[in-house]
Design a protein around this ligand. Structure first.
Ligand SMILES: [Ca+2]
Ligand SMILES: [Ca+2]
Ligand SMILES: [Ca+2]
Length: 129
């Protein structure tokens, strides 16, 4: 019964997506449980934490230089805007924070690198709203 199976997996996916609180807990970022957070897992989990929401004043899903200002200390706007169009979009923001958390440059966020991400999402810190 492939149709039923499809429904069941869709329901599972919806449950996963409907739990924004979970995405604030970086222990859930390692989707396949192998102890490291791959770039794909990061994009999924970090995106679910809606990192733009508290910064995107005009709601265009991009950050201009003024909206980006609180993150200037994380990475200068000119570097974050990798395509130099004057806006930092979701993919560019993902890049800023992936590099921030992948301190050893391994291309993955390892278990000992996750606490920094958790700290950024904590109340009163750089990504908190
Ligand atoms: Ca904006
Ligand atoms: Ca850009
Ligand atoms: Ca790493």
């Amino acid at each position: 019964m492939p149709y039923v199976r499809h429904l069941a997996s869709a329901a599972t996916a919806m449950l996963t997506m409907a739990a924004p609180a979970l995405s604030q807990d970086t222990t859930t970022w390692d989707g396949d449980g192998d102890g490291i957070v791959s770039p794909q897992e990061f994009v999924t989990a970090f995106g679910a934490s809606a990192p733009l929401d508290g910064l995107d004043a005009n709601g265009d899903a991009q950050l201009d230089a003024a909206e980006y200002a609180p993150l200037e200390a994380v990475r200068p706007f000119a570097e974050a805007d990798s395509d130099a169009d004057g806006l930092v979009g979701t993919a560019e923001l993902n890049g800023v924070f992936f590099v921030r958390y992948d301190r050893n440059g391994s291309g993955t966020i390892d278990a000992d690198e996750l606490p920094a991400a958790q700290a950024d999402l904590a109340p009163g810190s750089v990504l908190a709203r």
